[in-house]
Design a protein around this ligand. Sequence first.
Ligand code: BGC
Length: 384
Amino acid sequence: MKKIPKILLRKVILFTLFIFFINSCINNSENSDKTKMEKNKISINKENFGKYDGKNVYLYTLTNSNGLIAKITNYGAIVTSLIVPDKQGNFDDIVLGYDNLEDYIKDSPYFGAIVGRYGNRIAKGKFILDDKEYTLAVNNGNNHLHGGIKGFDKVVWDAEEIDNKEGVGLKLKYISKDGEEGYPGNLEVTVTYTLTNNNELKISYEAVTDKPTPVNITHHSYFNLAGAGKEDILNHELMIDADKYTVVDKELIPTAELRDVKDTPMDFTSPESIGSRIAAVEGGYDHNYVLNNNGKFAKVVEVIEPQSGRLMEVYTSEPGIQFYSGNFLDGSNIGKNGKKYNKYYGFCLETQHFPDSPNQPSFPSTILKPGEKYGYTTVYKFLL
Ligand code: BGC
């Protein structure tokens, strides 16, 4: 047998080593891409968002196993972005908001915020509790709205990151002092947001007090399932499982009447587009629906945007939901990416007790007493 020349053998060995090296480089870069992808999934990222009241404000980016993203700041416990896919798998931000803290501080119609101590209105900012009259801050005409001048949407919350089997989240705490905005009692509030791997934004509300006080905390995201700032929400098809709503006067204060929705433009018991009858509702939709859930945690809303195919369900045990069709948006709020938010560009679905309950003996009570625990959960679930 002929001997292979040494020089050729060396070349073959070098060539094999070279091929081996190239291969391992390709594999490595594939692996690092994979880790990057995995890192993009199920994660919490914290960045500085500014300062307010001498406290640090952060922006937390939560990503679930399917790539859905919720951005939340501890200023006002605000959800600044909620990025979910459409039927083609294209991700888009479906809540209204701002790019920076300064804009939230300057002027925000409660974009994405936690609202309290009392969501919605208390007539004339007054109520009587245990024979004593309390006077609250008046910030909406003659009335008290969404907790007053400096409600829970305008304070800095303490935040703790959560990472468990269910998903990733943020536990936010705030102590509302006795006398704040006129309310009695020190109220310790905890709001926990979880972005679950089941594509839900789950919000759990808890509170305890040291004096009897009204409590009605809710969430104020303006949704637009077509994508924030693209167009109005009038083509969304909405179902609300409610046979009645609370009738309001000109100042949006309940008259105590619960009226049937049947055969009126208020009826969403079967899916209807938001825009089909809105012209017949003075001022647009801004009403508390009396839910058919009998106080049990249940699906109470389904809303679909036909073009994108995005579908959102709302679950709660609360007795009411405020359906607000963004009637007061007027294009003066320039939102994320310079987009203008015109009238009807977003809708809110605020799970709650009924407005003005402290003055309405026929409504379910909103008074929390020392030793009791306030608590409920609302889920906004995204499907295709
Ligand atoms: C209320 C509206 C109010 C809006 C503020 C809604 O929850 O129902 O009446 O104008 O919040 O942005």
